[in-house]
Design a protein around this ligand. Structure first.
Ligand code: FAD
Length: 617
């Protein structure tokens, strides 16, 4: 029997696992990444795209902490689009269509290059334990690996079942076996488990599509990249096609609804409301005559097309019929049928904000296993678990991301205090402080935290401090003097003629004023480079709102300072209703701010908890 020792062992090399392993390795922990197959590293199970609304913010934040997803997406991107371009910068989301093979190759390069990171191939079947503590893993070949901390990121593989129409079979993903033994082992930990489902569309052969009559969608002329360190686009750029379902498509689907796994009663799990299958769309939006489909190439040297918008669990013959009823797809060949997958997830309310399991010290969970959906959500959790597992092994305090510093903090708080009723995905609307949590300032918010933790490379640290120096110098030029409205108007800029003197930042806060407009008024701004100009503009535009948000953030921080001990007995609190006692005990909030966000917890209940905490101080 072999024995190996690592500080941190990560199970699964999907999006959560790779990011977790990198984060732990960057912190200086010796890390093993265990995967069913070396070619699994960086596999995109569903659509070949990274980012989007809310998700793009997460990728920028991962990058700000020197994570890998943003860099890899920039290397593999074959079409870059900034979504919500017409709206304010706070809700714009960078997105890239990625070349599947390039993404996987770039992620494999990054993963094998790190000196603290070893990739081990094998199926994890069991945990090594010492009392309740998890101290390592056992592989299918009976070898054992001991570790200071273990991070489980097994995605949809726990008791995964694949459905195509009325045919179902066990599977972690198309072509992969599920993780049955590990699921059985998890049962012995008595974790609250639930069942969720997700689906994917049929993949089409692009050579059999008639592109001639279809609308095209090009990428942006000036691509918005994910990484603060990327210098430009690397891969060749492509356009996508757009087509639509029609009355005939809807008729075929309606007629066969009973044969769909999701509607034929074969699946119990709850699916993502925001990413519905085509069956869902036809039933829920019955009055809609047509649905848009984006035909997205999966790579520059790949004929596979991902038809975004028609994920399904209908039988294969029905998939052929409805696909061929769509304009441009009349002769389309299906390379791989669409399918639905049902899998176990762990109710994330049992986790701490480090994503650790207090009932099994040493064990962390990240990614789809926690009830989320999406590569970006998985990677961001991987980052949190990887940093914290390394901090634990190094004997340092955990790092807690908060709702006021990051989307990462919003997601972890949502998961651990509210749990999930359906697969959780990120939206900008989930972040109450979204005006300050912008994709463009993720580095200003998080890179200093990364530098303090020690997970940021010297290259990034230097790049960041040079940028901040330039930013501060530009802001100083803008705030050194104030100007009367008359002086401002004489420089050709329209502001309120209210008699108030304003400095350059205050003038720039007017939505119609650009940095360039200010140069005649403040000639020293002439030599400020374009990237810094754009950043200063955005910082100025939001400065007033952020000042207003500051008070709310401070109030939340005060509540966060009231920590609730893990063994706090809500049932012993006089005056608290049994419903509140149950809700609070189930959610086990770490502080009063978290308690206040639990659905249905009343201000009166919070007052009682606060009073008890004060008495106990
Ligand atoms: P994964 O990326 O699944 O990685 C899990 C890894 O764990 C795998 O590499 C596997 O080999 C490994 N593993 C499992 N068990 C073991 C074991 N015992 N030992 C060793 N290794 C193990 N997201 C969206 O945003 N939109 C969608 O429309 C969408 N549709 C999807 C459709 C399907 C069919 C699937 C499968 C997923 C879909 N997703 C979608 C979700 C997205 O793919 C996942 O959220 C994301 O990949 C989760 O990342 P993860 O790291 O948690 O898990």
């Amino acid at each position: 029997m072999k024995h190996s020792d690592f500080d941190v062992v990560v199970i699964g090399a999907g999006h959560a696992g790779t990011e977790a392993a990198h984060a732990a390795a960057r912190m200086g922990a010796t890390t093993a990444l265990v995967t069913l197959s070396a070619t699994d590293i960086g596999v995109m199970s569903c659509n070949p795209a990274i980012g989007g609304l809310g998700k793009g913010h997460l990728v920028r934040e991962i990058d700000a902490l020197d994570g890998v997803m943003g860099r890899v997406a920039d290397q593999a991107g074959i079409q870059f689009r900034l979504l919500n371009r017409r709206k304010g910068p706070a809700v714009q989301g960078p997105r890239t269509q990625a070349d599947r093979a390039l993404y996987r190759a770039a992620m494999q390069r990054e993963t094998t290059a790190h000196p603290n990171l070893s990739v081990l191939v094998g199926e994890v079947t069991d945990f090594l334990v010492n009392g309740p503590a998890v101290t390592g893993i056992r592989l299918a070949d009976e070898s054992e690996i001991r570790a200071g901390a273990v991070i489980l990121t097994s995605g949809t593989f726990l008791r995964g079942v694949i459905h195509i129409g009325d045919v179902s079979r066990p599977g972690g993903r198309m072509g992969d076996r599920p993780s049955v033994k590990l699921a059985e082992r998890l049962d012995s930990l008595n974790l609250p488990l639930g069942r969720l489902k997700t689906g994917t569309p049929p993949r089409l052969d692009g050579r059999t599509i008639d592109w001639s009559g279809l609308e095209r969608q090009d990428g942006d002329d000036e691509p918005t990249l994910f990484s603060f360190l990327s210098m430009g686009v690397v891969a060749p750029q492509i356009s996508c096609g757009i087509t639509h379902t029609n009355a005939r498509t809807h008729e075929i689907i309606e007629k066969n609804l009973s044969r769909s796994a999701m509607y034929g009663g074969h699946i119990d799990g709850i699916g993502p409301r925001y990413c519905p299958s085509i069956e869902d769309k036809i039933v829920r939006f019955a009055d809609k005559e047509s649905h848009q489909i984006f035909l997205e190439p999966e790579g520059v040297n790949d004929h596979t097309i991902y038809p975004n918008g028609i994920s399904t669990s209908l039988p294969q013959d029905v998939q052929v019929d409805y696909v061929r009823s769509i304009k441009g797809l009349e002769k389309a060949e299906i390379l791989q049928p669409g399918y639905a997958i049902e899998y176990d997830y762990v109710d994330p309310r049992v986790l701490t904000s480090s994503l650790s399991l207090p009932e099994a010290p040493g064990l962390y969970l990240a990614g789809q296993i926690n009830g989320t959906t999406g590569y970006e959500e998985a990677a961001a959790q991987g980052m949190v678990a990887g940093l914290n597992a390394a901090l634990q092994v190094l004997g340092r305090d955990p790092i807690q991301f908060t709702r006021s510093d990051s989307y990462i903090g919003v997601m972890v708080d949502d998961l651990t205090t509210r749990g999930v009723a359906e697969p959780y995905r990120m939206f900008t609307s989930r972040a109450e402080f979204r005006l300050s949590l912008r994709a463009d300032n993720a580095d200003q918010r998080l890179t200093p935290i990364g530098i303090r933790l020690g997970c940021v490379s010297e290259t990034r640290r230097k790049h960041f401090s040079e940028k901040m120096e330039k930013l501060e110098a530009a802001k100083k030029k803008l705030t050194d003097h104030t100007y009367t409205p008359k002086e401002v108007r004489e420089a050709g800029i329209e502001v309120n003629q209210d008699g108030n003197r304003r400095d350059g930042m205050a003038i720039l806060a007017f939505p119609d004023v650009s940095f360039e407009d200010l140069v005649p008024l403040i000639p020293e701004l002439q030599d400020v480079e374009s990237g810094i100009r754009q950043q200063v503009e955005r910082d100025a535009l939001y400065a007033n709102y952020i000042e207003r948000q500051r008070r709310d953030v401070e109030a939340m921080k005060r509540d966060e300072a009231y920590e609730i001990p893990r063994d706090f007995d809500f049932f012993a609190l006089d005056g608290l209703s049994s419903e509140m006692k149950q809700k609070l005990s189930n959610a086990r909030p770490e502080n009063v701010a978290q308690a206040s966000r639990i659905e249905g917890v009343t201000p009166a209940a919070l007052t009682l908890v606060l009073a008890k905490l004060r008495r106990d101080q």
